[in-house]
Ligand binder design. Structure first.
Ligand code: PCA
Length: 222
């Protein structure tokens, strides 16, 4: 029996009046998926995150305590993006443009009182971009996860992983709209769910195997 590796993939529920979120659709599609990585079996636990300040962190911590993952990837929608975008940095601020699902709209408050200004992702973000592009999936590094619930969970994740000495790796990835969402918003771009799922599968493989990040992504832009 090979050693098992637990991976947690958490995707946000639909928000802003929409009925679907690619983040949850991808996490749901990957629930139970397993693959071989360096002689070990990696298994994905795909779970939903509420679009709520505070409660999303509680859900993340509960899932981490239950599954003891070696890799945690949180997913959210960025409706203006047309690529899969691993985020570089989480910042210690909540500054909400809209209300969350509990009607909260924090303005200029820290995610963690007294916490560091920011945390870097501990995913090999450039190797991920390189490998997604090589697999035919559009991808770029993003330098901002915004200041809404996605950055909030990203910061809380990195804070929790740092508190455990970064034994596990983690980060946040924003996804583009699905075609059915884009069709309701003429002029926007989208990516098929199957391509998004394939992209996150590749991302997980790269995150487990690439120890030190690369510099070259195989494109003109990061
Ligand atoms: N995207 C939002 C919150 C939930 C989601 O999927 C964000 O970018 O903050």
């Amino acid at each position: 029996m090979s050693e098992a590796v637990n991976i947690l993939v958490m995707g946000f529920e639909p928000f802003e009046q929409d009925t679907i979120n690619p983040a949850w659709e991808v996490a749901r599609a990957l629930e139970g998926w397993s693959f071989e990585s360096e002689g070990r079996t990696a298994r994905v636990h795909g779970l939903q995150l509420p679009c709520v300040f505070g409660a999303s962190i509680a859900a993340l911590k509960q899932a981490m305590a239950q599954h003891q993952p070696q890799l945690v990837v949180c997913l959210g929608l960025a409706g203006t993006r047309n690529e899969i975008t691993p985020e570089r940095v989480a910042i210690n601020i909540d500054d909400a443009r809209i209300r969350d699902h509990a009607q909260a709209q924090p303005i200029d408050v820290p995610v963690v009182e007294g916490g560091p200004v920011a945390y870097w992702s501990t995913l090999p973000i450039k190797a991920i971009v390189r490998d997604l592009r090589a697999a035919g999936v559009p991808a770029s590094v993003s330098n901002t996860a915004g200041t809404f619930v996605c950055n909030h969970i990203f910061y809380a994740l990195m804070h929790a992983l740092a508190a455990e000495g970064n034994r596990a790796r983690g980060g946040f990835v924003h996804l583009p709209l699905l075609p059915e969402q884009s069709a309701r918003l003429p002029g926007t771009s989208s990516m098929a769910l199957s391509t998004q799922v394939e992209g996150i599968q590749q991302l997980l493989r790269t995150a487990l195997t690439v120890k030190a990040d690369v510099v070259e992504t195989g494109g003109k832009l990061h």
